[in-house]
Design a protein around this ligand. Structure first.
Ligand SMILES: Nc1ncnc2c1ncn2[C@@H]1O[C@H](COP(=O)(O)OP(=O)(O)OP(=O)(O)O)[C@@H](O)[C@H]1O
Ligand SMILES: [Mg+2]
Length: 229
């Protein structure tokens, strides 16, 4: 479904990503793991068109999409949910969902509320007054409204209480059942174990490991080196 082939991304003069390659099949949840500053967000922004790699290619559903703008990629079904869970603070939950561009009629507010029941209880609340967990659900819910085929979830559970994390994880797994592919970034392996099928580890802008969750669990050296016990 997605193939990232040897991309190099820069911020101005700073070379951040070096020859990053990864791929994702339909219906997979793949982890992009790495420490603070490793290059996870930069990779996701390079995939969704917010940053343009200077070298390398992006292929989505068999078509080259290198250089396309975010709105073009959203129309193809690629949707990025940033780590700061940007929602419109002054708008209600309902309005935050309604305002989204919709690629297909597949997703409605009611369907989002089925995936995230807590939101159903507070449709009229302004997003600025939501809890961290509710905001995280709304941010993913907004992405769903656009009818994504591929979701890029940037540290979706960061900073949330353990109980909330578990329920968000269950909800994310339901998206997989709905046929959506997910690239999920996390700082440590542990917090993504419940969700991912396999993982890439990125360090200093380079992919330094790829493997299944089982392989990672058995590879103590790699886990220790990247502080992902
Ligand atoms: N706007 C920017 N301008 C210049 N350098 C940046 C910018 N954003 C990030 N960087 C640098 O790029 C590198 C990769 O950052 P990135 O945000 O992709 O890491 P990350 O893996 O997402 O980290 P975190 O876990 O903290 O979110 C870091 O060295 C960071 O300092
Ligand atoms: Mg980041």
């Amino acid at each position: 479904m997605l193939e990232v082939d040897g991309i190099h991304t820069y911020y101005g003069q700073s070379h951040i990503l070096f020859e990053v390659s990864l791929s994702l099949e339909k219906g997979e949840i793949v982890g992009l793991l790495g420490r603070n500053g490793a290059g996870k967000t930069t990779t996701m922004k390079s995939i969704c068109g917010m940053l343009h790699p200077r070298k390398g290619r992006l292929v989505f559903e068999g078509e080259e999409v290198t250089g396309e703008k975010p709105y073009q990629l959203v129309r193809r079904g690629i949707c990025y949910v940033p780590d700061d869970r940007r929602v419109f603070a002054d708008l209600t939950v309902d309005d935050n969902l309604d305002i989204v561009y919709r690629r297909t009629g597949e997703w409605s507010r009611d369907r989002v509320y089925e995936v995230f029941p807590p939101l159903k209880e507070i449709p009229g609340r302004r997003a600025g007054f939501l809890s961290g967990g509710e905001k995280a659900m709304l941010a993913v819910g907004r992405a769903l409204m656009s009818g994504p085929k591929l979701l890029l979830l940037d540290e979706p559970t960061e900073g949330l209480a353990p109980l909330i994390v578990r329920s968000l994880e269950e909800q994310i797994l339901r998206l997989k059942d709905a046929g959506i592919s997910i690239l999920l970034s996390e700082q440590n392996l542990k917090s993504s174990l419940a969700l991912i099928d396999r993982a890439y580890i990125i360090d200093n802008g380079r992919i330094c490991y790829r493997g299944t969750v089982k392989e990672l669990e058995n590879n103590e050296e790699i886990r220790k080196m990247h502080l992902m016990l």
